[in-house]
Design a protein around this ligand. Structure first.
Ligand code: CAO
Length: 477
C-alpha cells in the first residue's frame, strides 16, 4: 500500500513538472472519479423544495457588530438561516437603536432594518462574568463577526490567539476601514470609505466637486463582501477542520465595486476615453479618471432624461441607453428615421461627438411621456431604459412586496415597519423575514442554552455583567 502511494505521488510529481497531454488527462479524470462516489454528498433530499431547512441552518454566529457594515453582513447570514446571537452592551445596545429615532421610545428604523432575524443578548464584555459568558459563546458558535474600531476586540481580551485556542474551529470575521498600511488604525464611516475607495472622485459632474452616492457601498457593500468571505471560510473549514481570520476593509470593498473606474484609469494611458461624453464635447482628459456625470459605465452611451411631469416631480426622469443594435428602433420611436442612414448618426463612432445633441433630441420625445410610458414603449423593442424610482414608489411597489424584496413586519414597540428582505432568492432556502430583537430580549434564553441554570444563572443575573450598572445594583440589592 505504501509503495503504491509512493509511486502515485511520484507520478503526479512528474506530471506536474511536464505540461504535457498527460497532465490534462490526469486533471480531466479527477472530477469523474469524484462524481462516481457522489462527491461525498448525501443523497438528494426527497423533501419538497423549501422544506429541507435553510441554507445556513446549524451555523451559529456570535455577532459583535454595530452600526451598519457588520449588521448588514450578519442580517444576510440570518436571512439564510444562521442563528445570529447579537451581543450588545447592557443598557445601551447597538448605538443605532437610538439614532435617527422617528418613534419615541422605540428602536429606530436604522436598527430594526439591519437586525432582523437575530437574537439579542446583553453582556458587558469587560466584566469578569461577562468574559466567562463570552468564553462559552465562543465554544458554542462557529463564527465571530465584529466591526469594532481597530484594536477594540483585542482590548476586550478576545485576541485571535485566545479565540483560536478556545475554539480552533471558530472563524473570526472583521470589517475595518482600511487594510494593513498607513491608515489601519483609523475609524471609518460610510462616506470616508466612498472617498478612500475611489468612488467619490469618479462620481458627480465634471464641473462640480466629488460626490458620494446614497447607496451605502462602504457599509452595506463591505458587509456583503464579508458575508461572502464567511461562507467561503465555512466551506473551507469542512476540509481543514479549522477556523481562520476573514478581513474586509471598507476601502477594498468600495474599490471592488468601483473597479470599472480603475479599468478606465489604465485605458487613459492609451488614449482618451471615447465613450465619456466629455470626449464628444472636445474636452481634454487630465491625468486621472474624471467624473462622468450620468454617462453609462459600459461601452454604450447613456444619460438621464426628463419625462412628462418633470417640472413638478423631481423623480420624473428615465435612464436611456442608445445601444447600437437598437439604434434603428430608437430613431423610429423618436421620429428621426432619417438618422438611421445619415452618416453623421448611423454608426456608434459617428454618434460619439454628437451625443449631447442626440440625447437632447431623445429628451424632446421622453418629455412627452411618463417614465413608465417610456419604459413600456421602449422595452417592447428592447431599448434599455429605466425609470428613476423614488423611495416612495419603491415602498409602494406591489411586485417588490410580492417577491419579498420589501417586507412589512410587526414590532412590539414601534408597530409595523418596512424592511428590505433578502435580495438573494433561493429555491430551497426560502427567507422568512422576522422583526429585530429588543435589547437583551433573548439574554436568559441564550444563557440557558449555554448551560446556565439555578444558582449559577442567578449569580450571573446579579453580577452586573448582563444589566446596565444601575439596574445591576438595584437587582443585587
Ligand atoms: N461591553 C463592553 N464594552 C463594549 C461592548 C460590550 N458589549 N461593546 C462595545 N464595547 C466597547 C468597545 O470595547 C470599545 O471600547 P474601547 O475603545 O475601550 O476598547 C467601545 O465600546 C467603542 O467601540 P468602537 O471604538 O468600535 O466604537 P466607536 O463608536 O468609537 O466607533 C466606528 C465606531 C464604526 C467608527 C468603529 O467601530 C470602526 O471604525 N469600525 C470599523 C469600521 C466600520 O465598521 N465602520 C462602519 C461603521 S457603519 O457606518
Amino acid at each position: 500500500m505504501a509503495t503504491k502511494k509512493k509511486s502515485r505521488k511520484a507520478k503526479s510529481r512528474a506530471a506536474a513538472k511536464k505540461p504535457t497531454k498527460k497532465v490534462v488527462k490526469l486533471a480531466a479524470k479527477k472530477p469523474a472519479a469524484k462524481s462516481a462516489n457522489g462527491n461525498g454528498l448525501p443523497r438528494p433530499s426527497s423533501k419538497p423544495y423549501g422544506q429541507a431547512g435553510k441554507a445556513l441552518e446549524g451555523v451559529r454566529i456570535l455577532d459583535f457588530t454595530h452600526v451598519q457594515s457588520g449588521p448588514t453582513c450578519t442580517q444576510l447570514l440570518a436571512y439564510m438561516g444562521a442563528d445570529v446571537i447579537k451581543v450588545e452592551r447592557p443598557g445601551v445596545g447597538d448605538i443605532t437603536r437610538g439614532q435617527l429615532r422617528d418613534v419615541k421610545g422605540a428602536d429606530s428604523l436604522y436598527f430594526t432594518m439591519l437586525n432582523g432575524n437575530k437574537r439579542s443578548i446583553t453582556i458587558d464584555s469587560k466584566h469578569p462574568k461577562g468574559k466567562e459568558i463570552l468564553e462559552r459563546l465562543i465554544k458554542y458558535c462557529d463564527v465571530l463577526v465584529e466591526n469594532f474600531a481597530p484594536g477594540a476586540l483585542d482590548r476586550m481580551g478576545l485576541t485571535w490567539d485566545y479565540v483560536h485556542k478556545t475554539n480552533p474551529r471558530m472563524i473570526v470575521a472583521s470589517v475595518k476601514g482600511f487594510g494593513p498600511g498607513p491608515y489601519e488604525d483609523c475609524k471609518v464611516y460610510e462616506n470616508v470609505a466612498q472617498c478612500a475607495g475611489g468612488a467619490a472622485s469618479t462620481t458627480g459632474f465634471r464641473e462640480g466637486p466629488p460626490l458620494v452616492t446614497g447607496a451605502q457601498i462602504g457599509d452595506s457593500g463591505t458587509g456583503l463582501h464579508l458575508a461572502f468571505g464567511i461562507v467561503s471560510a465555512l466551506y473551507q473549514r469542512i476540509r481543514t477542520g479549522r477556523g481562520q481570520k476573514v478581513l474586509c476593509a471598507m476601502q477594498d470593498g468600495v474599490l471592488n465595486l468601483a473597479r470599472v473606474k480603475l479599468r478606465d484609469q489604465q485605458r487613459l494611458g492609451h488614449g482618451p476615453l471615447t465613450e465619456y461624453s466629455q470626449h464628444g464635447e472636445g474636452v481634454a482628459f487630465g491625468k486621472a479618471v474624471p467624473r462622468a456625470g450620468n454617462d453609462s459605465g459600459g461601452g454604450q452611451p447613456g444619460w438621464i432624461l426628463k419625462c412628462k411631469g418633470w417640472e413638478e416631480d423631481p423623480d420624473s426622469y428615465t435612464y436611456f441607453i442608445t445601444q447600437a443594435p437598437v439604434w434603428g428602433a430608437i430613431c423610429d420611436i423618436i421620429g428621426k428615421p432619417e438618422w438611421k442612414t445619415d452618416p453623421d448618426y448611423a454608426t456608434p463612432s459617428a454618434r460619439l461627438p454628437r451625443l449631447k445633441h442626440i440625447f437632447a433630441t431623445i429628451e424632446e420625445w421622453t418629455k412627452t411621456k411618463t417614465k413608465f410610458e417610456v419604459m413600456e414603449i421602449c422595452n417592447k423593442v428592447d431599448i434599455p431604459v429605466g425609470p428613476i424610482l423614488s423611495m416612495k414608489e419603491i415602498a409602494e411597489d406591489r411586485s417588490l412586496r410580492e417577491t419579498g424584496s420589501v417586507v412589512e413586519v410587526d414590532h412590539p414597540t414601534r408597530g409595523k415597519y418596512l424592511t428590505v428582505g433578502n435580495p438573494v432568492k433561493m429555491s430551497d432556502s426560502i427567507t422568512e423575514v422576522k422583526r429585530s430583537p429588543l435589547l437583551g430580549e433573548h439574554t436568559e434564553e441564550i444563557l440557558r442554552l449555554l448551560g446556565y441554570s439555578g444558582g449559577e444563572l442567578d449569580a450571573v443575573k446579579t453580577s452586573g455583567a448582563i444589566t446596565a450598572p444601575e439596574k445591576g445594583r438595584a437587582q443585587a440589592a
